[in-house]
Design a protein around this ligand. Structure first.
Ligand code: CTP
Ligand code: CA
Length: 224
């Protein structure tokens, strides 16, 4: 195993990460979801583990192997992700919210498969809002250091800082989402209370290492 971190900058830190999309059922065979391969979150989990952290990864439905040494908890819906995160968030030092959580779920999913009946009446769906996992964790009395991610399609500069303040998180990682979905590389901009930091375009594994460094040096009582 190649060690990217010398010294190991996250030794003794407990890091909780969400990754991938969520899946919200319409009926037992159908649902709605968000676009996310999970690659970025899994790469951050791998990098944090290699930096010496104890890593827990809450993953939506993705087709990715578990990084070595990482404890993985698979979920489907936003509410399952919320429960999995809230059950351990207060015991963590860092929460990295990479998941593309569905903002809405179908109000009452059908227990039976919806059939195409004669006359072909098209079903209509009613949605309700899902809980905001990151905003909830950020408001815990003993909140871990929270890192948000935002894929924006418009003006990243203005939306990024606005979202960071709205979610009340110390660090937000922004990218121009639709261009990066499923790709192996990404280009991100960091927003924190001190301003904006641009990282050059890199593959997601290198970017994960860079982000772990950026997170580690911002932690309370960082040794480096
Ligand atoms: N997030 C979350 N729970 C949700 C929605 C979002 O934890 N229900 C987290 C994401 O993991 C991400 C951050 O919040 O780290 C920003 O997500 P984003 O979708 O960009 O923000 P929203 O507040 O949902 O705003 P919008 O989708 O309208 O841009
Ligand atoms: Ca959203």
């Amino acid at each position: 195993i190649v060690s990217f971190f010398q010294p190991k900058i996250l030794v003794g830190r407990r890091v909780l990460i969400t990754a991938g999309p969520t899946f919200e059922p319409i009926d037992p065979v159908r649902g709605i979801t968000n676009r996310s391969s999970g690659k970025m979150g899994f790469a951050i989990a791998r990098a944090a583990q290699q930096a010496g952290a104890t890593v827990r990864l809450v993953a939506g439905p993705v087709a990715l192997g578990t990084p070595w040494g990482v404890v993985r908890d698979d979920v489907e819906t936003a509410r399952q992700m919320y429960d999995a995160v809230l059950s351990t968030a207060a015991d963590c030092d860092v929460f990295v919210s990479v998941a593309a959580v569905a903002d809405w779920r179908v109000d009452e999913a059908s227990v039976e498969k919806i059939k195409k009946t004669a006359g072909h009446r098209v079903p209509s769906l009613a949605f309700v809002e899902n809980p905001d996992i990151l905003a909830t964790v950020a408001q815990l009395p003993n909140a871990p250091y929270c890192v948000g991610f935002a894929a924006e399609s418009g003006n990243l500069e203005t939306h990024g800082e606005e979202k960071r303040v709205r979610k009340n998180v110390p660090l937000l990682v922004g990218n121009l989402g639709p261009k990066t979905f499923g790709r192996d590389d990404n280009e991100v901009v960091l927003f924190d209370a001190h301003g904006v930091t641009r990282l050059p375009r890199m593959d997601k594994d290198a970017l994960a290492v860079a982000l772990v460094r950026e997170i580690a040096r911002r932690l309370p009582d960082a040794s480096l």
